[in-house]
Design a protein around this ligand. Structure first.
Ligand SMILES: *[C@@H]1O[C@H](CO)[C@@H](O)[C@H](O)[C@H]1NC(C)=O
Ligand SMILES: *[C@@H]1O[C@H](CO)[C@@H](O)[C@H](O)[C@H]1NC(C)=O
Ligand SMILES: CC(=O)N[C@H]1CO[C@H](CO)[C@@H](O)[C@@H]1O
Length: 344
């Protein structure tokens, strides 16, 4: 049984667009998740450890103010196009489109005011909540009126996130959730004692602006081979890696499949990621620097969380050999990611 509760969370200041933000609390026997109507943000996610104790495993803020200030997309749905588009431009059917460059010369995570910074219209479901939004033609430079639905449903230890969209002009799209996890509990200093595995034979090397070079490289014999579980701290040391911020290429299939596992060894908290998407960005929070004050007044230093953002491959709009990122009128974008929590 999932219980769904709805509460007021705060008021967006007028200069940031205005409007009332609500919080939706989904609760099962083993998981309680709090989601905001601002950016469809997962603001808290309490899961059980081996000893039965609940811990909040996502980074974020106690109040709305934290989320309306600049922050690294904590828990938010990012779009229209998650990740980077090189030189903030792309062409569709021979017409060139220019996006707002908000990451050096590139467009990152949908632009200056992406899907993470806007209010969505909620609808309560028996076991979850569905958020809707119309992204108007030209928003952040993207073509077409785009209708988007993001639905969270909880059943037992499984949180499903479904993304659907329809457009009336061909547009690139790829939606993801940017939750930062620490299965030891948010506010824990690092993730070195987490075991991670990713079911990927290949990954995408990047240039110094973090755009994929176009090569699809085998993980075999490199630090990117995470097909067998590794303990993260030791693994980073062994391969002298400063951290991960890379797309791993998943088996090309539209069907649900297991793509990654994370486990916090001391507490036994574990998370499996299943998805219909072709890629997953594994990010070890390399850019967190301890300057943000999070929930319970903790700080978030470098490597204090990880993200597993299921998505299409970055810069796919400019790379013909990557999976297509275009949604055409009459088609429907429909992807789901499942997060399965357990204690072992
Ligand atoms: C897309 O829809 C909007 C409103 O629903 C309409 O104003 C616009 O003309 C449509 N564009 C196309 C290309 O059909
Ligand atoms: C979305 O795709 C799933 C299969 O992955 C399917 O079960 C579901 O019915 C689709 N949703 C819609 C609204 O078409
Ligand atoms: C519009 C659309 O569906 N774009 C791409 C996003 O990622 C999926 C992965 O399954 C691609 O197949 C889509 O073409």
């Amino acid at each position: 049984m999932t219980e769904v509760r709805r509460e007021a969370f705060g008021q967006v200041p007028r200069e940031a667009g205005g409007g009332a933000v609500e919080k939706f609390v989904l609760k099962s026997d083993s998981v309680e998740v709090q989601i905001l109507s601002l950016g469809c943000i997962i603001a808290a996610l309490e899961v059980k450890g081996r000893d039965g104790a609940f811990s909040d495993v996502v980074l974020g803020f106690d109040t709305l103010e934290g989320y309306t200030r600049k922050h690294p997309f904590f828990g938010a749905v990012v779009g229209r196009v998650a990740n980077r588009i090189a030189k903030a431009r792309f062409a569709v059917d021979g017409k060139e489109y220019h996006l707002f460059p908000n990451d050096g010369p590139n467009s990152l995570h949908g632009g200056a005011r992406g899907f993470d910074k806007v209010l969505w219209s909620p609808q309560v479901l028996p076991n979850g909540v569905c958020f809707f939004r119309l992204s108007p033609d030209g928003e952040e430079g993207y073509p077409g009126d785009l209708k988007v639905w993001v639905t969270y449903t909880l059943s037992g230890g499984e949180l499903a996130i479904n993304y659907r969209a329809q457009t009336n002009k061909t547009t690139p799209i790829n939606l993801t959730n940017h939750a930062y996890f620490n299965l030891a509990g948010q506010g824990s200093r690092d993730i070195y004692d987490h075991e991670i595995s990713i079911e990927a034979d290949c990954y995408l090397p990047v240039d110094d602006t973090r755009i994929p070079t176009g090569e699809v490289a085998a993980v075999q014999g490199t630090g990117f081979d995470l097909r067998q579980p590794v303990e993260l701290g030791k693994h980073l040391q062994k391969f002298r890696l400063d951290g991960f911020d890379h797309n791993f290429c998943l088996q090309q299939a539209q069907a649900r499949r297991l793509v990654a596992r994370a486990r916090h060894l001391p507490s036994g908290r574990a998370m499996e990621v299943h998805t219909t998407q072709p890629g997953v960005q594994f990010y070890t929070a390399n850019n967190l620097d301890g300057s943000l004050k999070g929930k319970g007044a903790v700080t978030y230093p470098k490597h204090s969380a990880f993200c597993l953002e299921t998505q299409n491959w970055p810069d796919a709009v400019n790379k013909p050999h990557f999976p297509s990122a275009l949604l055409r009128p009459g088609e429907e974008y429909n992807h789901t990611t499942w997060l399965m929590f357990s204690a072992m």
